[in-house]
Design a protein around this ligand. Sequence first.
Ligand SMILES: [Fe+2]
Length: 192
Amino acid sequence: MKTRRAMLFAALPLTLAGAAVAQSSRRDPTPAGGDHPAGPTPAQTEGPYFTPNSPLRAGLYEPGMDGTRLRVGGLVLDPSCRPLGNVLVDLWQADAQGRYDNAGYRLRGHQFTDAQGRWQFETIVPAIYPGRTRHLHVKLQAPYGKLLTTQLYFPGDTAGNARDRIFDKRLLMNTAGDAEQMIARYDFVLAG
Ligand SMILES: [Fe+2]
C-alpha cells in the first residue's frame, strides 16, 4: 500500500503529497505564481442538490461505500498567489451510482483551509448521472469575502466533458490514480 501510494504521488507533480512533505520537512514556501491559474476561479451554477449546514469534516468516505477512493484537495489563493487561510470549503457530490443524498449529509461536508491555504477531502469518485459529466460541487468563502459556487471536473472524462453544456476546462483538476484510488488537485483563486 505504501509503495502504491508513493507511486501515485510520484505521478502527479502538483500533488497533495508534495504539500504534505513540504509541511513536514521544511517551511511551506509561498506558491510560485506560475504554478497556479492566472485568473480567479470561475463561478458555476449551484445545481438542484445543495443542502446547507453540512457537517464540519474532511472525511466523507464511509466504510463500505462503493466507488474509487478519492483524495481531493489543493490550495486556496488570492489573485497574487498568496495562500488564504480560514476559507470555508463546502463540498457535495453524487455517489458511485450517481445519486445525491438529499435527506441526509452522505458525501457532504465542509472545512476551513489551514494557514497555508490547504484544503483536502477523503471521498469517492462520483458517478456520472444523466445529463452531466463527472463533477464535484464546491462553495468557498473567505472570511468577510464573497461566496464562490462552482464545480470541479475530471480530465479523464474527455467525451463526457465535451458533451456537458456546463463544463469549463478552467475547472479541470489534475488527477492521478487507477480504479481503486485517485488523487486530484485543484487550486482555487478567490478574487475577493
Ligand atoms: Fe451535480
